[in-house]
Design a protein around this ligand. Structure first.
Ligand code: RB5
Length: 145
């Protein structure tokens, strides 16, 4: 899968671990930074990854900040993006089954790294259920127009 990832200073260490895991799993990963712990602004990285997903260059995006909240708020401003901030395996599964999330936002300060890595793998594995959820997701898209 083509996956773009990004993080701010709070998320860079976890983002690097996610990138390494995804590459080991044979995904095509584009790392949009940040690459150091120097203080940066999360909307800049959310925008890069979200635009990759919106344009179709990326099939999925993964964003990491302190809580995942800022990244998800920013990414959801970009057309076609459904970013979900998730906290455990269940919210990850539901973000795919019900919401067809195409961007996953994670909190490096709120998640154990091992759980976060499991969440990423699960998020990539689980599919959209469609049906009544498809109607709801289309209603979300209609809010963009
Ligand atoms: C940065 O200190 C922090 O505000 C950011 O990583 C994120 O948690 C914002 O939602």
């Amino acid at each position: 899968m083509q996956i773009w990832i990004g993080a701010d200073h709070a998320g860079v260490a976890l983002k690097d671990r996610i990138r390494d895991m995804l590459e080991a799993d044979h995904h095509q990963v584009t790392d949009q930074g940040a690459h150091t712990g120097e203080s940066v602004d999360y909307p800049d990285f959310a925008a890069s990854v979200a635009q990759g997903v919106s344009s179709g260059s990326a099939e999925r995006g993964i964003l990491v900040c302190g809580t995942g909240i800022g990244m998800s708020i920013a990414a959801n401003k970009v057309s076609g993006v459904r970013a979900a901030v998730c906290h455990d395996l269940e919210t990850v599964r539901l973000s795919r089954r019900h919401n067809q999330a195409n961007v996953l936002a994670l909190g490096a300060r709120t998640l154990e790294p091992k759980l976060a890595l499991s969440m990423v793998r699960e998020w990539l594995r689980v599919g959209f259920e469609g049906g009544r959820h498809d109607r709801r997701v289309r209603k979300i898209s209609s809010l963009e127009r």
